[in-house]
Design a protein around this ligand. Structure first.
Ligand SMILES: Nc1ncnc2c1ncn2[C@@H]1O[C@H](COP(=O)(O)OP(=O)(O)OP(=O)(O)O)[C@@H](O)[C@H]1O
Ligand SMILES: [Mg+2]
Length: 266
């Protein structure tokens, strides 16, 4: 990979503390992480290890207490909240662990919301929202209110909203956590497609089957990166055969070519 362009994301000694005095602990403990443009990373690790905390900082929704965060080679630490919001609306799509849909807006209005910040006309916004809802098989629910949807449908709406802006960085916190196998595939194929088009994806998941879509798998433990492994992305026919729901046992045939795994450079 060319070294001319800086990494899309670079963290150096990133630390986030919660609590005071004896109760203080590091939710993130001196995390060093370099993400190049076009990587598809899955982050795994036990509950409480700091995955959401990390994603919130990457998405400029929260700030670290120590260390440095460089986005496209530029430090974001000293930028104002307003500037963070602008960068987010131009560059970053976030799928939250809790969907964060706005209850007084319809499904289509929720999805069109990020486009408001781009100064786009309402009709154009709704057309774009409608298009992306179609790809998530939600056309019939466009004018429902969020509370009229099932959990899985809400999650797909939240994902559509994160993607409508065509962000170059997509941060997703357990986007398939509540979905059945079929819906999980729709979401993962959409993310995989975005990855193929050169976007950078960071996906938090508890489901090891989803790592087949990723080019790099990071395991976290106690606020630190415990392992960081790169591997080639599985071809589509291989991934679609895999069941995605956590309870299902994986019984895929072994590929004729052994998958090379090598330790990522620190
Ligand atoms: N606002 C907060 N105030 C205090 N402690 C917090 C806060 N947010 C997170 N923490 C703590 O930071 C640690 C990391 O939390 P985080 O939400 O990042 O975990 P996670 O890896 O996403 O877990 P899960 O898999 O359950 O979503 C936890 O111990 C949590 O209790
Ligand atoms: Mg979390």
């Amino acid at each position: 990979m060319s070294k001319k362009t800086p990494p899309v994301i670079e963290l150096r000694g990133l630390t986030k503390r919660y609590g005071m005095g004896d109760a203080q602990h590091n939710a993130l403990d001196e995390v060093d992480l370099t993400i190049e443009k076009g990587e598809f990373i899955t982050i795994m690790g036990p509950s409480g290890c700091g995955k959401t905390t990390l994603l919130n900082i990457l998405g400029l929704l929260d700030r670290s207490d120590d260390g440095e965060y460089l986005l496209d080679g530029k430090s974001v630490e000293t930028l104002s909240n307003a500037r963070h919001a602008r960068i987010r609306s131009q560059q970053i799509g976030i799928v939250f662990q809790s969907f964060n849909l706005i209850n007084r807006l319809t499904v289509i209005e929720n999805v069109a919301l990020p486009l408001t910040y781009k100064g786009m006309f309402r009709t154009k916004r709704l057309i774009m929202a409608s298009d992306i809802l179609k790809s998530f098989h939600l056309s019939e629910r466009e004018y429902y209110m969020p509370w009229q949807l099932s959990g899985g449908q809400m999650q797909r709406v939240a994902i559509a909203r994160a993607l409508v802006n065509n962000p170059s960085i997509i941060l997703a916190d357990e986007p398939t956590g509540n979905l059945d196998s079929k819906s999980s595939h729709i979401v993962m194929e959409e993310l995989s497609d975005l990855h193929k088009r050169g976007n950078t994806i960071v996906l938090v998941t508890h489901n090891p089957n989803l790592t087949t879509y990723a080019s790099r798998v990071i395991h976290m433990l106690d606020g630190k990166i415990a392992s960081d492994t790169k591997h080639p992305v599985a071809v589509e026919s291989e991934t679609v055969k895999k069941p995605l729901n956590k309870t299902t046992k994986v019984t895929t045939k072994k590929s004729t070519k052994p998958r090379k795994r090598k330790q990522a450079k620190k």
